[in-house]
Design a protein around this ligand. Structure first.
Ligand SMILES: C[S@@+](CC[C@H](N)C(=O)[O-])C[C@H]1O[C@@H](n2cnc3c(N)ncnc32)[C@H](O)[C@@H]1O
Length: 455
């Protein structure tokens, strides 16, 4: 898709003229060109591919020469990569340059669906850090949870809360990412809907909402904690002016990100704030804005009881079996809630319990199995987990055709000598489970995730 200048709202054009001056024709020309296609590879799931054109600011980011039918690529469904616009991967530079990632830290991704920034962030964290990936809209929180499960990391808690609910967690987070709902000017050439919904009134509405969101969560950021604020829009009302408002209402410091000239990002420094604009005529990507802010004022801190959590472990027999289903089970806590077993890093048990008491959790860590008549039935998320012990399960290597049949939840006509729960593999990437019976294979792919697109 591309956008012609004549399609753009007149008031938007006027504002861009003011913002870009003589670069406006280049900007308009770039909107008429097709949007670049890019993906981000999962560093914990390796597969054979020929994606060699690197996105310079994101280690695992790759440009593709053209847009494939992603829905029909089994690797996508196995979480081997995530389709993401290149400019927004610049979050990596903000995080790597401004945050000590060797520490065990608590990160909140407040506006997280469908999961681009969250899957990126968790790949940058160490195994003892925790990511709370939140989405206020329930249906979008489910899509977020699906994408998080596919990505396969166990130190993520997915929540479905309003920003103001985070007031219950004073000083809990070291880092907060607010990828704010915005007027979406930077997406015009990819998303005609964003252009149709655009108006000056909507820009003002978004700006006010963004201030409210930041105010609501401010107390849950630690003293010296980092706020990463981003939008995919160009206008100053939702970017620079909101940062000036933040600076005037709180004691903050704006952090600088070192840029390579070849990247094309534009640093803005005005009225004591610093931010970075991405324009499609300068960067191989869509419109984006980002700023990194350190909170310098005192923050109350939630005191967590330094006692054992109230989480119930599974029975000894079940625990022994489930431990053999994951690699390096030391440092992992398995808990049982009703008949469901889930796991997460032990060092974060208390924090996860605190979150579960204060927020609406969609998932905490990885769903591993369901206990049925003292036997374990593996959960889909376990198949996708980077912690899965592949050696413990028989596997079926599927052709591309069979992989797509599996992902459509169709019947598989394959014969195999073993029976029982079997990992469905496409090359070396796990897609899910099948239950092999003497005369057929039960396709256990989750019905709500199945591909509905034909060949
Ligand atoms: C720009 S999108 C986030 C994209 C996501 N960070 C990613 O990288 O995939 C903004 C998100 O904010 C959510 N949102 C909308 N209104 C909100 C509000 N009042 N407070 C918090 N989040 C809101 C939207 O549902 C949407 O999922």
């Amino acid at each position: 898709m591309s956008t012609q200048a004549a399609d753009l709202p007149a008031s938007f054009l006027q504002k861009m003229q003011h913002q870009l001056g003589e670069a406006l024709p280049d900007f308009l020309k770039s909107l008429a060109e097709p949007a670049p296609v890019s993906i981000r590879l999962n560093p914990r799931k390796h597969f054979n591919h020929s994606y060699t054109v690197h996105i310079p600011w994101a280690e695992n980011g790759r440009y593709l020469a053209e847009r494939p039918v992603f829905t029909l690529d089994p690797f996508l469904h196995g979480g081997a990569y995530y389709v993401q616009e290149a400019s927004s991967m610049f979050v990596e530079q903000a995080v790597k340059q401004c945050i000590d990632l060797d520490q065990s830290i608590h990160v909140l991704d407040l506006c997280a669906a469908p999961g681009g920034k969250s899957t990126h962030l968790v790949s940058l964290l160490n195994d003892e850090s925790l990511l709370v990936s939140n989405e206020v809209i329930r249906s979008r929180a489910n899509i977020l949870s699906e994408n998080i499960q596919k990505w396969g990391y166990n130190q993520v808690v997915v929540t479905n809360n309003d920003p103001e609910d985070f007031k219950r967690l004073p000083g809990f987070f070291d880092v907060m990412v607010v990828d704010a709902p915005c007027s979406g000017e930077g997406l015009f050439r990819k998303d005609a809907g964003a252009m149709q919904e655009w108006s000056d009134d909507n820009v003002m509405l978004c700006s006010k909402r963004q201030r409210r969101i930041v105010s609501d969560i401010w107390s849950s950021l630690k003293e010296n904690g980092i706020l990463v604020y981003s939008t995919c829009t160009y206008n100053p009302e939702e970017n620079e002016e909101n940062l000036v408002w933040l600076k005037e209402s709180h004691d903050v410091e704006f952090l600088k990100i070192k840029l390579d000239d070849a990247w094309g990002a534009v640093e803005v420094e005005q009225d004591g704030i610093t931010g970075y604009h991405f324009y499609p005529h300068r960067v191989k990507g869509e419109g984006f804005f980002i700023s990194v802010i350190r909170k310098k004022e005192n923050a109350d801190i939630l005191r967590m009881k330094n006692a054992k959590t109230g989480f119930q472990p599974p029975s000894k027999k079940i625990l022994e079996q489930i431990q053999s289903w994951v690699i390096d089970p030391e440092g992992i806590s398995f808990i049982q809630r009703e008949d469901v077993i889930q796991f997460f890093p032990s060092v974060k048990s208390q924090e996860i319990e605190t979150l579960s008491k204060n927020l609406r959790l969609v998932s905490a860590g990885t769903f591993a199995a369901v206990v049925k008549h003292e036997k374990l039935v593996p959960e889909h998320a376990l198949a996708l987990s980077v912690k899965l012990n592949h050696a413990n399960f028989p596997a079926l290597a599927l052709s591309r055709e069979d992989a797509l049949r599996y992902l459509r939840k169709e019947t598989l006509n394959i014969t195999t000598s073993h029976t029982g729960f079997t990992l469905m593999l496409y090359e070396n990437i796990a897609l899910g489970w099948g239950n092999v019976l003497p005369n057929r294979i039960n396709n256990l792919y989750p019905a709500e995730w199945r591909i509905r697109m034909g060949a």
